[in-house]
Design a protein around this ligand. Structure first.
Ligand SMILES: [Zn+2]
Ligand SMILES: [Zn+2]
Length: 199
């Protein structure tokens, strides 16, 4: 018998986030409802302007694949698909977790998997080529002050080919993409109407 048998532990299985004790966990093997898979960030294959309307249609067949849990294809904030035992450290020994599911920021605990095929496509299209990116941005800024009007953001993201960047392993693209799709972009703006070059 463990001497920490009845001490609270914290379950780190995805989508569970419950406290448990070793004692209860041994007695009932179906207490934990979780996702045993990993989170796949998905890829639309569409430009951001196209995605904006397609994403809101639940049955859109134009999206290559939506973000999902690999275990059940469910969405990020759906309850766990599988029952089993809790698994995790003693509460008193664990580090404070900055982000907790279902907060979208907790997606940062997953690596994005980018296939060779997509990496090659990003290179070929020069998605991250600094000269090209600067040239495109300069074309869209009105006054040469490094800012672009909000109504130019969608055409700008299309010209930058940012829809390809969402399959890149750097997660910041994913979050910017979500902000555009969910209409949160104004929270990132300089003064509510313009965005800055280093966004
Ligand atoms: Zn699942
Ligand atoms: Zn659990």
């Amino acid at each position: 018998m463990l001497d920490t048998e009845n001490d609270p532990r914290y379950c780190l299985n995805w989508a569970c986030e419950r406290k448990f004790t070793h004692h209860n966990n041994q007695k009932q093997k179906n207490l934990c409802r979780h996702h045993p898979g990993r989170y796949d960030f998905g890829h639309t294959g569409l430009t951001i302007a196209e995605t904006h309307s397609e994403y809101l249609k639940p049955d859109s067949d134009k999206i290559l694949w939506r973000a999902h849990w690999t275990c059940c294809r469910k969405a990020w904030d759906d309850y766990g698909c599988t029952r089993g035992r809790h698994k995790g450290p003693l509460v008193k020994e664990m580090a404070v977790r900055k982000y907790v599911w279902p907060n979208e920021q907790a997606m940062k605990y997953f690596w994005k998997v980018s296939s060779d095929l997509w990496s090659k496509k990003l290179d070929q299209e020069g998605v991250f080529d600094q000269e090209r990116v600067s040239a495109v941005f300069n074309h869209f800024q009105e006054r040469g002050d490094g800012r672009v009007k909000m109504n130019q953001v969608v055409p700008l993201t299309n010209a930058l080919k940012l829809h390809h960047a969402v399959c890149y392993k750097d997660l910041s693209f994913h979050f910017k993409f979500l902000d555009v799709i969910n209409g949160h972009l104004s929270t990132l703006t300089y003064d509510g109407t313009t965005i800055e070059k280093d966004l």
